[in-house]
Design a binder for this molecule. Structure first.
Ligand code: G3D
Ligand code: MG
Length: 182
């Protein structure tokens, strides 16, 4: 007998880091998109099969910079997984500093749920910069320490522009959720 699962997954991070673009790239906008006006949020549905089971992801994307919004609890409610996005683009360094803010916010508003970190816009920097330049806050070494120290389930470098890393990153979360709930 085949079983189905529905997982609400929330996307958070600073404005303009590429959250909406990543969802678009991954789903190719093939499924329904609903805009929830009162929340300033939209969700896109994506279906995947894993070990013969249907997994439906409801990918929740918040519009704009909702840092101060009192509506956030409703956005977080019922989430089974979270993706925090920051940008590797120069000029958006602040988006990595704010990952801690988003992390705290998830932990305050959600039960214990798996969290994956996406370092997006990887197409805009040289990979060398992240492997050799160990002093850089977003270097591979520093992020590895950060995710281990904060119990983050995974880190992926992505580009919504080229598609690099995008499928792997989403698949990891789908597998974690499936294994947790199957
Ligand atoms: P948000 O949903 O987090 O606010 P968006 O971010 O998805 O709206 O993306 C913000 C801008 O960054 C967009 O540019 C988008 O095209 C660009 N962008 C998103 N992901 C990437 C990426 O991986 N690489 C590059 N080079 N650009 C990316 P505009 O110009 O439309 O504002
Ligand atoms: Mg957006």
């Amino acid at each position: 007998m085949s079983q189905g699962y529905i997982f609400k997954v929330i996307f958070i991070g600073d404005a303009a880091v590429g959250k909406t673009s990543l969802i678009r790239k991954f789903t190719k906008s093939e499924f329904s998109k609903e805009y929830i006006m009162t929340l300033g949020a939209q969700f896109t549905t994506h279906e995947d099969k894993i070990e013969g089971a249907n997994c439906r992801l409801l990918l929740w994307d918040i519009a704009g910079d909702k840092k101060l919004s009192s509506l956030r609890p409703a956005f977080y409610r019922g989430a089974k997984g979270a993706i925090i996005v920051f940008s590797h683009a120069s000029g958006q360094e602040e988006s990595f500093n704010n990952v801690s803010f988003w992390l705290n916010d998830i932990r305050k508003n959600c039960e214990k749920i798996p969290i994956i970190l996406f370092g997006n816009k990887i197409d805009l920097i040289e990979d060398d910069e992240l492997s050799k330049n160990k002093g850089k806050p977003t270097s591979n070494d520093n992020i590895e320490k950060f995710i281990n120290g904060n119990n983050i389930a995974g880190y992926y470098k992505t580009s919504a522009l080229t598609g690099n890393g995008v499928i792997d990153a989403f698949q990891t979360l789908i597998k974690i959720l499936y294994n947790e709930y199957k």
